[in-house]
Design a protein around this ligand. Structure first.
Ligand SMILES: Nc1nc2c(ncn2[C@@H]2O[C@H](COP(=O)(O)OP(=O)(O)OP(=O)(O)O)[C@@H](O)[C@H]2O)c(=O)[nH]1
Ligand SMILES: [Mg+2]
Length: 366
């Protein structure tokens, strides 16, 4: 549970000094339309359902079934392709290319994956398609595990751990915050939520519902208040009341002339002024159903505020789950969580082996 976060609360000497800054490669900006004002919408958080007591095996099965659409588009299609083939030939690679791109692995990642496979097939004079499948699976897994390497967090020696959550509108920021808050609460931490999306009354109301659900306090101000001032006040409160974790919700679009990225930079700066090192994590939420667009969003946000971690939501409703491998390979920013449904428990700590295993239908993949 919350493996990437454990350090702060396992008070070893090593952890106290592990305050290395995160190096995240910055990619060129690609302008998108997402931060332009659009019509206001009200999201009602999904009603909670009775909590399921899950064992490791049933948790795995649940993940596997939630990834069903991606499995259909990627794995089952690959399986039937390999079943019908007796040897590895150019046709097989052509068909693989089509399957991988359709499952949203992206052109560059697909090419890299297949080039690597072609080289191995040639080098080892392979002819068995089943072996090729194993090579592809291994490489897919390596994209994901390599992105986990720079996962070192800037941990505060003491004081609250502050997570600023960003992302374009509708990706699942507020919902994911509600789910993360539960995880922290379940692990015994005190949590403060901060409504720095002040442009819509509905946004504050939505966060408050999640606050009630988790029995955690929510800091907010009137609609239209300066989001930075909400964040600043929240830092004061978090320090004064000794909170362990602070999670800051931000807007996905603005209804003013202010540029969203400038607003986010300001919120980040203001928090840092009040609390040294804050925010310690800037988590970008990406909606898996948007496919390749998620990658350009990430580049844009990374350029503005330097993203330290990702959460990929809505993997339950999409055949585009291949985007996870693409995100890892292209961005080299660790995925902290994946969202696999609308309910409070539908958020998983991201684990490369588990994810690939669930996709390929094997529990103990190495
Ligand atoms: N199926 C599914 N739906 C999700 C998931 N995460 C969020 N959602 C839904 O996505 C919709 C938008 O979620 P919000 O949390 O309001 O998104 P947001 O990014 O805060 O949106 P804005 O505040 O408008 O920018 C809601 O209907 C959520 O229930 C997920 O993992 N799976
Ligand atoms: Mg929101």
């Amino acid at each position: 549970m919350l493996g990437w976060f454990k350090k702060k609360f396992s008070k070893t000497e090593e952890n106290a000094t592990a305050a290395e800054a995160v190096e995240v490669p910055v990619a060129p900006i690609q302008e998108t339309e997402e931060n332009k004002p659009q019509e206001q919408k009200v999201e009602t958080p999904a009603a909670p359902v009775a909590e399921e007591k899950s064992t490791g095996a049933s948790m795995f099965q649940r993940l596997s079934s939630r990834l069903g659409k991606t499995k259909e588009s990627l794995i089952y299609r690959m399986d039937s392709l390999f079943l019908g083939k007796k040897e590895i030939d150019a046709d097989l690679f052509d068909e693989l290319e089509e399957i991988l791109i359709t499952a949203d692995l992206g052109v560059a990642t697909t090419m890299d994956l297949l080039d690597d496979a072609r080289k191995k097939v040639k080098r080892d004079a392979l002819s068995d398609p089943a072996v090729l499948k194993g090579i592809l699976k291994e490489k897919l897994c390596s994209y994901i595990t390599e992105s986990e390497k720079p996962a070192e967090l800037v941990m505060p020696g003491d004081g609250p751990f502050v997570i600023m959550v960003v992302g374009v509108n509708g990706v699942g920021k507020t919902t994911t915050i509600g789910k993360i808050a539960k995880k922290f609460k379940d692990s015994g931490q005190s949590v403060l939520l901060v409504a720095a999306d002040t442009f819509r009354a509905a946004a504050v109301a939505q966060l408050k519902i999640w606050g009630e659900r988790n029995a955690v306090e929510v800091v907010s101000k009137a609609e239209g208040a300066d989001p930075s001032s909400v964040a600043f006040d929240a830092m004061d409160k978090a320090v004064a009341d000794n909170y362990d974790v602070v999670i800051v919700d931000t807007a996905g679009r603005l209804h003013t002339q202010t540029n969203l990225m400038e607003e986010l930079k300001k919120i980040k700066r203001v928090m840092g002024k009040r609390l040294d090192g804050a925010p310690h994590e800037i988590m970008l939420i990406l909606d898996a159903t948007t496919g390749q667009n998620a990658v350009s969003q990430a580049k844009l946000f990374n350029e503005a505020v330097t993203i330290t971690g990702l959460a990929v939501t809505k993997l339950d409703g999409t055949a585009k789950g291949g985007i996870v491998a693409n995100i890892c390979r292209e961005l080299k920013i660790p995925i902290r969580f994946i969202g696999i449904g609308e309910q409070i428990d539908d958020l998983r700590d991201f684990d490369a082996d588990e994810f690939i295993g669930a996709l390929f239908g094997e529990e103990n993949i190495q």
